[in-house]
Design a protein around this ligand. Structure first.
Ligand SMILES: Cc1ncc(COP(=O)(O)O)c(C=O)c1O
Length: 382
């Protein structure tokens, strides 16, 4: 058991009354460690992607950790985030005039998704200072420069290469400065695609600089890191060698949400009732997919439910041989609302189920308004 889970178990044991369930509990220390380890392995700057977890208390307390910046994907996220020292980047294909105006007013750097957004930005030129722009490139643009990887899904984010060239010309004509470009090849893509992304990006730097007639300063290589990126056996030494081929005037950055937040969060729910139906045991909990949508695994073809730790009167309950699983279910009327499997254990009312790896997207990617069920509380582990 890792140190933060041990700490949480002890706090739930000693101060149960301090936690209202269902709840998320986050470890700032784990966020700091995750950020530092990933940044050191990459040897580049590292931007935090707020969409993974936008719990305000946590973000405020982690402000100093995210020294290289935060990526913001909506006007809601922008309004939520108090202004700090670190740079902020706004990035969304649907960003409208109001979002773009607010982003410029708050001194964010705009990541431009399409030519229409560039037209909107032109309208603000001369009225307010606009930070040098970052052009978001669709992953297909990389195929111009390196062999296209097999089996990658197309997506709709960013500019096609033809539009990228048009955008560069427009910026040049209009005197809109371009800082560089950004490319994100999708969640979980890093280990497979990072080297080819970097190889293509090296050539794209040349193409940008030739078209613009000046040197660019920023290349965001995206991310898509797995939660367990450290155990993927990715050769970071070789990768850093490849990155050292970029010209010295380029600030290289990566962007991550999951790898920074994923292991730093826990979800705790209490078993309210226990029952059996045709020899299948259920623990009906006070939290479920309405507070933690991802646990229900609705997006997985083969469901392998998370296995929480069970605490009974403050102590961990060990599984027993020859005892069947109990399935933990949530509070909604959706039959998909099964959030965990407890192997070898008959859960009882009052048991606490503690789920690990719930720091990224578990809270933020949850369909909250359904049945107007109460949201989960959030606590920071001291
Ligand atoms: C542009 C961009 N950057 C970063 C991320 C964060 O990805 P992850 O949490 O997998 O690191 C996403 C996720 O969708 C994204 O769209």
């Amino acid at each position: 058991m890792n140190a933060s889970l041990e700490k949480l178990v002890s706090q739930l044991g000693q101060k149960r009354q301090h936690f209202s369930t269902p709840c998320y509990v986050y470890s700032i220390e784990d966020v700091a460690n995750n950020y530092r380890k990933l940044k050191e392995s990459l040897g580049t700057s590292l931007i935090y992607s707020l969409k993974a977890n936008s719990c305000l208390d946590l973000i405020v307390r982690c402000g100093h950790i995210f020294e290289d910046g935060i990526e913001i994907a909506s006007v809601g996220e922008l309004n939520l985030l108090p202004r700090g020292e670190s740079p902020r980047y706004t990035n969304n294909p649907s960003a409208d005039k109001a979002f773009i105006r607010a982003a410029i007013a708050s001194k964010c750097t705009l990541v431009v998704d399409n030519l229409s957004q560039l037209e909107i930005i032109k309208e603000f030129q001369g009225k307010r200072p606009i930070n040098p722009l970052v052009l978001r490139l669709n992953p297909s643009t990389l195929d111009q420069f390196v062999e296209a990887p097999r089996g990658t899904r197309k997506d709709h984010f960013g500019l096609a290469w033809e539009d990228t060239l048009k955008a560069l010309e427009t910026c040049k004509e209009q005197g809109l400065e371009v800082a560089g470009f950004h490319v994100f090849r999708g969640s979980y893509s890093f280990a497979k695609l990072a080297s080819s992304t970097a190889q293509a990006a090296l050539k794209i730097v040349e193409a940008f600089e030739e078209t613009l007639g000046y040197k660019i300063s920023l290349v965001n290589l995206g991310g898509g890191f797995d939660l367990n990126w450290e155990s993927e056996n990715f050769d970071f030494v070789q990768y850093r060698n490849l990155l050292s081929e970029f010209p010295a005037h380029i600030n290289l950055v990566h962007e991550s949400g999951r790898a920074i937040m994923g292991t730093a969060g826990y979800f705790v729910t209490e078993v309210r009732y226990a029952k059996s139906i045709e020899s299948r045991r259920y623990g009906v909990c006070n939290g479920g997919m309405a507070q933690n949508f991802l646990l229900a695994k609705t997006e997985s073809a083969f469901k392998r439910f998370s296995q929480p730790l069970i605490l009974r009167e403050g102590r961990i309950v060990e599984p027993e041989d020859k005892v069947d699983s109990s399935y933990l279910v949530g509070t909604s009327c959706n039959k998909e609302d099964v959030i965990g499997e407890v192997k070898g254990l008959e859960v009882r009312p009052g048991d606490l189920a503690v789920f690990s790896h719930c720091g990224a997207y578990n809270a933020s990617y949850t369909v909250a308004p359904f049945l107007t069920l109460p949201p989960a509380k959030s606590y920071l582990m001291e």
